[in-house]
Design a protein around this ligand. Structure first.
Ligand SMILES: C[S@@+](CC[C@H](N)C(=O)[O-])C[C@H]1O[C@@H](n2cnc3c(N)ncnc32)[C@H](O)[C@@H]1O
Length: 278
């Protein structure tokens, strides 16, 4: 297995399609509900940022790795956007509930042939962290912007695990990141540097923000992590950092009324393609 410079964890052999095949398979019962729990925790923040950046009537939008389509649907319903092209390697959740203006497109965003056109807004949330070559992906998604268009990338940052004392929660979370990295290549180490990737791709007005939800018992984000650990259980146990009983205990703690903690957060970075010269 490849080992990247500056990291101790091996990284899975890289290639498109590992997400959704070895872990997080869309055909597994409850996968749409798991994605929706994550979306419930972050959609309001995402939509506020996208509208602040100008998404509205007349904006041509591309949502890459759209999942169940909660962001695409909110752009249509709440921001007044007329059409969103929602791309995913597997569009079963997008076609399950069609709405006017939502155009599902089954495609692999890492493919050299991926050329869906030019858009005023290109958005990808919790997608690049699962793909190889984030810098290359940022550049390729930037190339899908019409002049003056904006690229918005959101991925996970975990501020409360790495240097924290071992608890059932931090042990499970550490095992999850390591296990996902070793099985499907998930890597969040580059995420704090995402604004630099956008600047290097030639975008302007680059900026970023972080939203970190609290882990309140019974909250969508706590249920999201408990469900994610169930799905990633084999990969987590395979790291040797945690066993099944340890994951069960971490899940019980998350549900406990006494639990107080901070979830991994979402770093959103954006940048604008320079407008065409007059
Ligand atoms: C963690 S989910 C995020 C879903 C959605 N963006 C959200 O935030 O709710 C990642 C999504 O990216 C899709 N995906 C993964 N690799 C992809 C690829 N190479 N091309 C297109 N979509 C991909 C997956 O099928 C999945 O729906």
């Amino acid at each position: 297995m490849a080992r990247e410079e500056g990291t101790s964890a091996p990284r899975a052999p890289q290639g498109p399609g590992l997400y959704g095949e070895r872990v997080f398979r869309p055909q597994d019962e409850g996968e749409a509900e798991r994605i929706d729990l994550g979306a419930l925790a972050y959609d309001a923040t995402t939509l506020a940022r996208l509208t602040q950046l100008g998404a509205g009537p007349g904006t041509r939008c591309l949502d890459v790795g759209a999942g169940t389509g909660t962001v695409a649907r909110a752009l249509l319903r709440e921001a007044g956007v007329a059409e969103v092209v929602a791309v995913d390697r597997d569009i079963r959740f997008l076609t399950a509930e069609p709405v006017p203006g939502l155009t599902p497109l089954e495609a692999d965003a890492t493919s050299p042939d991926f050329a869906p056109g030019l858009f005023d807004l290109v958005h990808a949330r919790f997608v690049l962290m699962h793909l190889p070559h984030p810098a290359r992906m940022a550049a390729r998604l930037s190339a899908l912007l019409a002049p003056g268009g904006i690229l918005v990338l959101s991925d996970a940052v975990d501020l409360t695990t790495e240097n924290a004392p071992p608890t059932p929660y931090t042990t499970a979370m550490r095992a999850m990141w390591r296990g996902l990295r070793e099985t499907i290549g998930t890597d969040v180490s580059w995420v704090p540097g995402c604004p630099r990737l956008l600047a290097d791709a030639g975008l302007e007005e680059v900026a970023a923000e972080i939203h970190v939800p609290p882990l309140l018992p019974g909250s969508p984000i706590s249920r999201f992590w408990a469900g994610t650990w169930d799905r990633a259980r084999i990969a987590m146990v395979g790291t040797g950092l945690v066993d099944d009983a340890g994951i069960d205990e971490a899940q019980r703690r998350l549900e406990s009324p006494a639990y107080a903690g901070l979830s991994p957060g979402m770093l959103t970075a954006w940048g604008r393609r320079p407008a065409a010269p007059p």
